[in-house]
Design a protein around this ligand. Sequence first.
Ligand code: BGC
Ligand code: BGC
Length: 853
Amino acid sequence: MIFLHNRLYKALSLSCLSLGLLACSDTMQTADKAVEAKELTHNLEIWPQLSIEVKKDKEIEAKVAKLLSTMTLEQKVAQMIQPEIRDITVEDMRTYGFGSYLNGGGAFPDNNKHATPADWIKLAEAMYQASVDDSIDGSVIPTIWGTDAVHGHNNVIGATLFPHNIGLGAANNPQLIENIAAITAKEVMVTGIDWVFAPTVAVVRDDRWGRTYEGYSEDPEIVRDYASAIVKGLQGSADADFLGDERVISTVKHFLGDGGTEGGDDQGNNIASEQELFDIHGQGYVGGLTAGAQSVMASFNSWHGVKNHGSKYLLNDVLKTRMGFDGFVVGDWNGHGQIKGCTNENCAQAVNAGLDIFMVPTDAWKPLYENTIAQVKSGEIAMERIDDAVTRILRVKYRAGIFDKPSPANRVLSGKTELIGAQSHREVAQQAVRESLVLLKNKDHILPLSPHQNILVAGDGADNIGKQSGGWTITWQGTGNNNDDFPGGSSIFDGIKEKLSVGEGSVQLSVDGSYQQKPDIAIVVFGEEPYAEGNGDTDNLEYQRGNKKDLALLKRLKAQGIKVVSVFISGRPMWINAELNASDAFVAAWLPGSEGASVSDVLFTKANGEVINDFTGKLSFSWPASAQQTTVNRFDDDYQPLLPYGFGLTYQQENILSDELNESTEVSETIAALKIFDLAVKKPWKVTLNSGEQSSSVTSNTQSVGAISLRTMDKIVQEDARTIKFDGSEFAKLSISSNFPEDLRAYQEANSALTFNIRVEKTPSEQVNLSMLCEGDCQAALDITSILKEAPLNEWQQLSIDMSCFKNEGADFAKIMAPFELSTQGELSLSFADISLLPNSAEQALVNCSSNN
Ligand code: BGC
Ligand code: BGC
């Protein structure tokens, strides 16, 4: 039930004062602008001149120059365009001769998730043959295929899936990492693919980031060592079998500072100083580039507000000129389109900044190709820059033997399908699983377990290979898979069952923990559901916030006098004090991948009581002591994690965690306002206009679709507000939404109000709703017609609505897709500005829904 305070409009101007912080203050806006405008002084001296192990080869350089001199502008630009398999046909490849192409996460030949290795090879062969067919484009330069083999060849059914990087970091074993990379290269080569988009060398500083698990550590040390090991494993050593028949081109990504964005925001802004940028985020490049990585992927993130894809300083001056990288820079998934002034279809800035290959999925590739050609003709892009980019691409192709190797179907490993998920490969993955496990708690030495005990295996992660594998597993998000999608793989339960078969114990599997025969011990396997990229961003680290069903399961078992061993699956360290308290032993298993059974190799002894494998894994991420402790990192000044970097018990060591860790959730009183619209729409939100069936994402300062039109207007400073007009011809709406669900629970818990400035210019002729939308079909609409009708015309005022009003209408704040959507069938004109969620202001809000009203 909505409550309208009768002090509604009289309070408007007052509320500006009492709410102080917000929109009314123009000083704040000016300050913000100043930050954006601030020029960084750069210091190239910070960056090393690397002694790269792969040297320029005179013969190759001569071949590149010769080939380049024969190429037309169109052929050159085609080398720089990388489309995606869902958006081009083999005939497009024949016509344009793209230098490369990719399959994104969860993209398969013929869109068939169960495509066989033969199907992959068939597509690789067809694309290759089309690229060397000169009948249309006159070019015979072979194309190359890039894929995200980020924990094994993870888009291919039956491949060996290694633990995600976070688990490998806990193993801290560079030799193991090199073996893993070498195996990944082989399985990729079997399918005719030349190039992988790995390793990710992000140093993750804020564990709210959805890509935390793609990072090895919060500290540069392991990342630097691993980067060199993995590049050697993928590409071979510079002095040995460099890019030989069993090797693929590697990509060190995402350059630069992806793991250090503010708030752990995926694709966000990194505000590190240049020295920190190098000391922390640059170390993986020192390792990877020195070992000879042939490609670097530009990152979606910004550094001090400048998108890396458009940063000439980072791409050209630092990476290429100073550090001496002579391979190519590939963009990330339409990342160029995020540069100010660019679109996916048009972006001279990126090329000028030093981007060599546009990763351009969707149908943007064609206009981008045409626009880039036109920009070279007009002089907006210098021909030398194009020649430099193409030289780099061709250099890598020559180094990789692409011109000499037979076609994909005829290469040495091609079609050797017995290598995909081969036993010897799985054994290495099994070793990695064992070494990645970190023992956090072991009360009374309850572990290791004996195979003579009666064991209950519970939790929804116990027999769930998809869940234990996380994102980037067959599908992009890692969702929608079942155990049958992992032929040759095993669940954690599979291993436990096998261990018990050698003793006199028994095993029962029950997700909800119910049992027929009372067990001696319960092993409960639970944790995060799979996610990838921005979908995994959270706003604090509490596990199962608002829905502690796994904790309830642990407590249920404990209450029955059963000892509990927890195996926690997660892509990040999380605040799990309550779950720790309810467990006798607790293992951080991260995301082990396809070889779940190996978890039991560490949990159990042999029948004679001998330890098979002790725990060796050590935390490469500090474990947080509270849900808000999201940026706790080794060497912090005030370092107070629950468990420090490097922690990990062995069987000999004594437990240090009590059963009485603090379980109270401290909602930070100081949580800052979440700005949704402040001068412009804030990341990750975007503005969309919808009318009837049509929809158009707002990209310009005046735009209209059907019954709705929008234009920018000046409230205090230039273009800090928007005017929208509904002409009443059909149902229309303006939405501010995100591509990914956003977790806004903290704002509701902090008693926030949705607050914005509004100026009505034409009163509504019909009902107007203000809605919040969440994932699924969830929609919470408030009728604000009367508020708008009563508002004085052409005067700015502030409106604030208690977030619980939306909750009452069914909004799920864990998964908000759109925090602000204005819709009507009728006529209406209004302007808006400064939309935010303002903590501690629900009670004073003009529209209040809290229960004590
Ligand atoms: C990711 C990259 C990935 C690319 C291709 C992007 O969204 O950020 O890591 O390599 O997609 O799938
Ligand atoms: C692709 C991923 C990519 C993502 C980026 C997905 O559709 O499959 O590879 O990283 O989009 O938005």
